[in-house]
Design a binder for this molecule. Structure first.
Ligand code: NDP
Length: 241
């Protein structure tokens, strides 16, 4: 039977690959993002099984209105929306800028997942799954973005306790360096790229499809005993290697 799957940030990068993976298995996929163009383009490419909805996941009103329009039953929620709002690592010395930067990262990477999961909770059914996209940055002590992703992993453990009695699993998939996404396309020097690849055991960046395959597995009937976990897809990368 076709499942109903929500993928936040489903129009680009890793989310786009996750959308394709679920569409390929015949599921009905609803994707969100703040910009209309990428999600509508993705929906048009995938065909009738994928629907686009503009929704800023940091805005409670928009998330509530989005959830009100959902079918009664949702099987899978993938919290993929996120990003590093402090990419250039220029720590602001101005306190107002610093506060805004920390809040923006927590909003983008944690609050989006918390709000959408809460809004969808009553529609999640036995055998369902919530999968949130974390990051290797959570283990690196790497400023607001990494701290927000670490908070996401901690929230996931809490959330798994709330969802467990409903027969719903909750896991984090934590990618390492994934090539060819908007996340890294702008501003990553060749030197930094080589450094990131040098941290892996596999000698290469990961792909969005590899992350998508892991998410798809965690949402499958074969993964019902896996919950409250962080599953890394990072080529064995370690920040100190
Ligand atoms: P992208 O920038 O392509 O994906 C981010 C997506 O999230 C976009 O589609 C964006 O759409 C959406 N988004 C961002 N903020 C919001 C919001 N407030 N509400 C709704 N949608 C939002 O990069 P990636 O594919 O790389 O990133 C996907 C996830 O993977 C992120 O959570 C990222 O932190 C994580 N990640 C990526 C890694 C990488 O190497 N690429 C490594 C580790 C983790 P829009 O701008 O239209 O809102």
């Amino acid at each position: 039977m076709a499942r109903t799957v929500i993928v936040t940030g489903g129009g680009t990068g890793i989310g786009r690959a996750i959308t394709a993976a679920f569409a390929e298995s015949g599921d009905s996929v609803i994707i969100t993002g703040r910009r209309r163009e990428p999600i509508e383009a993705a929906a048009a490419e995938e065909g009738a099984g994928v629907r686009a909805a503009v929704c800023d996941g940091t805005d409670p009103e928009q998330v509530g209105a989005f959830a009100d329009g959902l079918p009664e039953r949702v099987d899978v929620l993938v919290n993929c929306a996120g990003g590093n709002t402090d990419y250039d690592r220029e720590q602001a010395r101005d306190l107002a800028t610093l506060a805004a930067n920390w809040r923006a990262n927590m909003d983008a990477n944690l609050v989006t997942a918390v709000l959408m999961t809460e809004a969808v909770r009553d529609r999640l059914t036995g055998g369902g799954s919530v999968i949130s996209i974390g990051s290797i940055a959570a283990d690196k002590g790497s400023g607001p973005y990494g701290v927000a992703k670490a908070a996401l992993a901690s929230w996931n453990v809490y959330e798994s306790g709330r969802l467990g009695p409903r027969g719903v699993t909750a896991n984090v998939v934590a990618p390492g360096y994934i090539d060819d996404t908007e996340f890294f396309r702008d501003g990553l020097s060749e030197e930094r790229r080589e450094q990131l690849i040098g941290m892996t055991r596999t000698g290469r960046a990961g792909t969005p499809d590899e992350v998508a395959a892991t998410v798809h597995f965690l949402a499958s009937g074969s993964a019902r005993q896996i919950t409250a976990q962080v599953l890394a897809v990072n080529g064995g990368a370690h920040p100190t290697r």
